[in-house]
Design a protein around this ligand. Structure first.
Ligand SMILES: CCCCCCCCCC/C=C\CC(=O)SCCNC(=O)CCNC(=O)[C@H](O)C(C)(C)COP(=O)(O)OP(=O)(O)OC[C@H]1O[C@@H](n2cnc3c(N)ncnc32)[C@H](O)[C@@H]1OP(=O)(O)O
Length: 297
């Protein structure tokens, strides 16, 4: 398993997965009965009787989406996707208080243009795989969930969030002096509508769980200790629908948004690299990182 993951990771990094479209045949059917898989940053437990996998992010301190994290996540998801027995995935975090802090800011600071391009391709791949998954995807949001963390939740079919006012969720990019790309914006608009997205994105607004529920950014709240149980109940309701009808409906709803990124994928990478290599943007990101560190002192 470790060797397979290593090989898959190097293929993903080398862009071979994009070229060939699928993982190697060896990676098939790893989860056909009850199965556990652990990588450094993610654990997956698949229940063969229900067809539901729980994918738990466990990358301290904040489950930030680094290149390694994105690679492991995308490979794990792809393996589940290829297992015919797996019909649904619940995403959650093993960390107290944080679902995911979003993109790893250190991946966007002080690195080469080649690194930024590889990082951004991995972010796109992660979004595309999760957004177009045939499986039912439910986010069990048991902590804070800014920027890329919010995006991850938004691409799921359903969101259950812990009802704790200490937690917040939103696309806060403008607060870092950066701009949410069009496909982040599209994902949010499809969920909460144009007007609310316009305000939320410009202000970099982070919603409390109650406000997130009000605007439809999350679908349901639950007490922190019940989030995963509620997510499982929701999952069984969704799995009661015949798969083929649900898949076709999901892809009909999501195809225009998915196609927009696929069509502009290379241009989007170029925009990202041009943007992030600007001195002013590097300065903003460095200052933001520093402010996160200072908060603790
Ligand atoms: C013209 C247009 C062209 C297109 C241009 C595209 C532009 C780019 C678009 C980028 C899109 C998305 C961006 C993102 O996702 S950026 C990430 C934004 N995330 C955040 O703002 C979250 C920041 N973190 C927090 O608010 C908190 O950490 C937390 C998640 C609420 C948790 O709080 P905590 O008290 O439990 O933990 P804390 O002490 O703050 O943090 C612990 C250590 O982790 C470090 N850290 C936190 N977040 C990140 C991160 N996202 N990346 C890297 N490192 C992070 C933090 O600095 C602490 O480190 P240390 O222990 O002090 O060393």
């Amino acid at each position: 398993m470790a060797a397979l993951l290593k090989r898959s990771a190097s293929l993903l990094r080398a862009g071979a997965l994009q070229k060939h479209g699928v993982l190697t045949k060896q990676a098939l059917c790893l989860f056909s009965t009850n199965m556990r898989m652990f990588t450094n940053k993610i654990s997956v437990e698949m229940d063969g009787t229900t067809g539901v996998a729980v994918l738990t992010m466990k990358s301290p301190p904040v489950n930030s989406l680094s290149l390694d994290f994105l690679t492991e996540f995308t490979i794990s998801l792809e393996k589940l996707e290829m297992d015919k027995a797996c019909r649904g995935v619940i995403l959650t975090s093993a960390l107290p208080r944080v679902f995911s802090a979003g993109l790893d800011i250190t991946e966007m600071c002080g690195k080469s243009a080649e690194h930024y391009a590889a990082f951004w391709r991995a972010v796109q791949e992660f979004w595309l795989k999760l957004y177009t998954s045939n499986m039912v995807t439910v986010a069990a949001i048991n902590g804070s969930c800014p920027a890329g963390g919010c995006l991850m939740a938004l691409v799921c079919d359903y969101r259950v969030m812990a009802d704790d006012p200490k937690f917040s969720i939103g696309l806060n990019e403008t607060k870092l002096g950066i701009v949410a790309p069009f496909w982040f914006k599209d994902t949010m608009t499809n969920t909460i509508g144009n007007r609310e997205t316009e305000k939320a994105l410009q202000l970099g607004y982070m919603y409390s769980p109650a406000d997130a529920l009000k605007v439809g950014l999350v679908d349901q709240l639950a007490s922190a200790d019940k989030v995963e149980t509620v997510a499982s109940t929701v999952m069984s309701e969704w799995l009661a629908i015949p798969d083929h009808a649900r898949h076709l409906t999901k892809s009909m709803m999501r195809k225009p948004t998915r196609d927009r990124l696929v069509t502009h994928r290379d241009a989007d990478i170029t925009s990202f690299v041009n943007f992030v290599t600007k001195d002013s943007i590097q300065k903003s990101l460095q200052m933001y990182l520093e402010s996160l560190k200072q908060r603790k002192r």
